[in-house]
Every structure is written in C-alpha cells, then in structure tokens.
Design a protein around this ligand. Structure first.
Ligand SMILES: Cc1cc2nc3c(=O)[nH]c(=O)nc-3n(C[C@H](O)[C@H](O)[C@H](O)COP(=O)(O)O)c2cc1C
Length: 159
C-alpha cells in the first residue's frame, strides 16, 4: 500500500498525530506538511490521509486549498480525515469537524476521527495565548493524544 499523509499544524500536535499514524500504516507512507512543503497530487497513492487542527472553528486554509484543488481525485482514493481540536464538548467538535471538510469528502472518507489536542501555554504566541485563555477559562497546559483512536484509525487502512 502506498499512502500519503497531508497535515497542517501551527504548534505541532497534528504533526505528531501524523507521525504516529505513519508508524502504524503498512507499506510506504509519505508525510507532508502542507504549510511548509509542496504537496503532491493524490494520483499515485492508494490511501490519502488529511489532518489539520482547529483554530477559531476552522482548519488551516492551506489544507482547505489542497483539498479543493484535488477534490475529484481524492474521491477516488481511500481517504482518512482527522482533526486536533480542544473544545471540551463532543458535539461541538463533531460540528467543527463536519464544517472543516467538504460534505462529499466527509461522506466518502473511510475513517474520520478527532485524535487529540495540545494546549501548551509556554509555546503559544501572544495573541494565541489571549484567545486560548478566553476560550478555555484558564492558562493550564494540558494535552491528550488518543492513542487508542489513532490505532483504530490506522488499522482501518491495513485491512
Ligand atoms: C488560538 C487558539 C484557538 C483555538 N480555537 C479552537 C476552536 O475554535 N475549537 C477547538 O476545538 N479548538 C481550538 N483550539 C485548540 C487547538 O485546536 C488545539 O490546541 C490543537 O491541538 C492545536 O493543533 P496544532 O498543535 O496542530 O496547531 C484553539 C487553540 C488556540 C491556541
């Protein structure tokens, strides 16, 4: 199996999730940060996994641009979608997830899941710190990357 993981991240959690998925996928997997590197078209891959993180309700525009540009080709592939998102309400996050990807790609995807979040106040830029403090109600650094979900997400492609 030939796989491509395209991710977008600001502080590294979506990248860490991408690395963990890569380690669990059979075959050859290419890992691309769409915010810093040119992303190949999906043509030559069996599986394409797309992951981003949510800021103010949205995923990174570089990932959205890649998806919009390659949507028809992506719909011919085994697709996985994931987000990193820190809102504590499950239904709220599910709604963020649905809004982050085009509806037809969301429906087409073999697997889609929220795979964790990181709040690291020491790393955040000034304005992000202010926004996160208002969003969260405190300045406590916490993180959870869901290894059980990452494992089932990856296994779905190895079947
Ligand atoms: C400025 C800021 C805004 C955020 N906005 C949201 C949001 O609207 N919804 C949400 O679920 N999580 C939100 N988060 C949490 C991030 O999605 C979470 O920290 C994620 O792990 C960041 O991913 P990254 O390390 O790949 O950039 C926000 C975080 C920051 C710092």
């Amino acid at each position: 199996m030939k796989s491509l993981i395209i991710y977008a991240t600001k502080y590294g959690s979506a990248a860490e999730v991408a690395r963990r998925i890569k380690n669990q996928l059979d075959g050859n997997t290419e890992l691309i940060n769409v915010m810093t590197d040119p992303a190949p078209t999906p043509n030559h891959y069996d599986t394409v996994i797309l992951g981003g993180s949510i800021y103010m309700g949205k995923i990174q525009k570089q990932l959205t641009n890649y998806i919009n540009k390659n949507l028809e080709e992506l719909k011919k592939k085994n697709v996985g979608l994931y987000i990193c998102a820190g809102h504590p309400d499950k239904d709220y996050v599910l709604n963020e997830f649905r809004n982050a990807f085009p509806e037809d790609l969301y429906k087409h995807a073999l697997v889609k899941d929220t795979l964790g979040y990181v709040f690291n106040f020491e790393k955040l830029r000034f304005f992000d710190k202010l926004i996160l403090r208002a969003f969260k109600g405190d300045s406590v650094s916490t993180s959870e990357l869901y290894d059980d979900r990452i494992a089932s997400f990856s296994q779905a492609f190895n079947k």
